[in-house]
Design a protein around this ligand. Structure first.
Ligand SMILES: C[S@@+](CC[C@H](N)C(=O)[O-])C[C@H]1O[C@@H](n2cnc3c(N)ncnc32)[C@H](O)[C@@H]1O
Length: 466
């Protein structure tokens, strides 16, 4: 019982702390009934570090108060939750309900618009409402709440259904993320057991021997497979999805961590494997004195051109941002910049491939070029600190009070989920700090320091040439 009381104390004292801080600063902390806005997302992000132990304690309470068997069965069926979010999003339900307004819409009317079966759709929306995505306002009548509003693209459902390649244009990317998770990632998860037990693939470190190859019956790696002409829709969805990772707190992504503001004017930052330039877009908004080059494969750069010419055409016109095709497994053409920046690239590739990418950057680096790697850093979930690289500046972080797991963001952090996603997608992984440090050294880079971000943002690892 003392554990339960300790956990509930963490929750109540944590909420009191947030309430006091909100009262002092005039912030209104959003509830599920509030709209989804950048302003209230930003309030929530400001309190992310205070909220993390509360969320961790709530998860631990659920685990403690549940019988083990139903606890495991509930998690066991969670794939149907992911799939249901994808059904709702694919069927444009969030935008149909956005157009319907706060009174919501009967499921028969929703289904008449998206051509789904009303009986099945109603059951799917009810499952989601039971986990606080959508609200059932009266029997079979659903409306959006703050969470389902995040899935709105802002586009007309009719246009979304008629022009699938344009359905996520101008959106926050969250519906693209929900659909990718509930369709493609879910299938990778379904084949994980086969892949890690089959002697042919069990010990492979090759990106073309992951479970995704079983799903799509291919022998090429996920990113090369996405480049095929028949995968234009998936590729498009993937790049929109990447935007959702920072959209809700884009200011934090570009102002937190590393001291961008202190880079000299006209410094060149190369966003290697930058996708459509999502992170660069955030940085440009706040750090006008820097010049940026976004590099990626041809299809991503083509998509980036559309994205930038509708979102920030001036940055292309005035030369502050250049979009360039480049395969990061080939020698790096842009030599001696201030910074090479790689976000969510290292976690895509097994060590030997990362070392190849980083070695090309090392060969092209000047003596003062910095390497910024933005990725999750995994912690062991033990309170034993033996062998941690806490001597690296910025690496150490405070432990959460017992009886919580050692770090308060263990559940708000995406790292542990992403780690297994990467196993299924590319036979790759998230890494511990020690693992990063060793891998960087093999490629000729010295890990100088770490800039921590509140979860679920990735952390920044700053390196200099060895
Ligand atoms: C997980 S996404 C990260 C995108 C971007 N850095 C971000 O954080 O939004 C991985 C990116 O790597 C790109 N990529 C994959 N293989 C590549 C290669 N050989 N050369 C260059 N880019 C590549 C993909 O097209 C994709 O945009």
């Amino acid at each position: 019982m003392s554990t339960l009381i300790a956990l509930s104390d963490i929750i109540s004292s944590g909420i009191e702390k947030i309430a006091a801080r909100c009262a002092a600063s005039g912030d209104a902390y959003p509830t599920l009934d509030d709209p989804y806005t950048l302003a209230n997302n930003s309030v929530q992000s400001r309190y992310a570090s205070d909220a993390a132990p509360i969320i961790a304690a709530a998860y631990q309470l659920i685990a403690t108060l549940s019988n083990p068997d139903p606890y495991l069965f509930t998690w066991g069926l969670v794939s149907f939750f992911n799939a249901s979010v994808a059904v709702a999003s694919e069927g444009c339900v969030p935008d149909i309900l956005r157009e319907a307004g706060p009174k919501g819409l009967h499921v028969d009317s929703i289904a008449a618009k998206n051509k789904m079966d009303p009986g099945k759709l109603g059951r799917i929306l009810r499952l989601l409402a039971s986990r606080h995505v959508f609200t059932e306002v009266s029997p079979d009548v659903f409306c959006n709440n703050r969470i389902s509003k995040a899935l709105c693209t802002g586009n007309s459902p009719t246009v979304m259904m008629e022009k699938p390649l344009e359905r996520w244009n101008g959106s926050n990317g969250t519906s693209a993320m929900a659909e990718w998770c509930g369709i493609d990632a879910l299938k990778m998860a379904a084949f994980l057991v086969d892949n890690v037990t089959d002697p042919e693939t069990a010990h492979s470190q090759e990106p073309n021997k992951a479970s995704v190859q079983r799903v799509f019956n291919t022998d090429i790696d996920f990113h090369s497979w996405q480049q095929k002409p028949e995968n234009a829709y998936r590729r498009n969805r993937f790049q929109h999805m990447m935007r959702s990772l920072t959209y809700y707190s884009s200011e934090d992504a570009s102002s937190g961590g590393v001291e961008w503001a202190s880079l000299p004017p006209k410094s060149i930052v190369v966003d290697v494997g930058g996708g459509i330039g999502t992170l660069t877009m955030d940085l440009v908004a706040q750090h006008q004195h820097i010049n940026y080059v976004v590099q990626d494969l041809p299809s991503a750069i083509a998509q980036a051109r559309t994205y930038w010419s509708t979102t920030n055409p001036d940055a292309l016109r005035n030369g502050q941002v250049h979009l360039r095709e480049h395969d990061f497994f080939a020698p790096q053409p842009l030599t001696n910049p201030s910074v090479y920046m790689l976000r969510y690239i290292m976690h895509n590739w097994p060590d030997a491939y990362c070392i190849k990418i980083l070695s090309h950057l090392r060969d092209a680096a000047g003596p003062s070029t910095q390497l910024f790697v933005l990725d999750h850093i995994l912690d062991y979930l033990s309170r034993d600190t033996t062998g941690l690289n806490d001597d690296i500046p910025g690496a150490a972080r405070p432990m959460a009070p017992e009886p919580l797991l050692p770090y308060p963001d263990s559940v708000t952090e995406y790292g542990y989920l992403m780690d297994i996603l990467m196993m299924g997608e590319l036979n790759s992984q998230e890494r511990t700090l020690k693992h990063f440090e060793t891998m960087f050294r093999k490629a000729g880079w010295k890990l100088e320091r770490v800039c921590r971000f509140p979860a679920p943002h990735p952390q920044q690892l700053i390196c200099s040439p060895l």
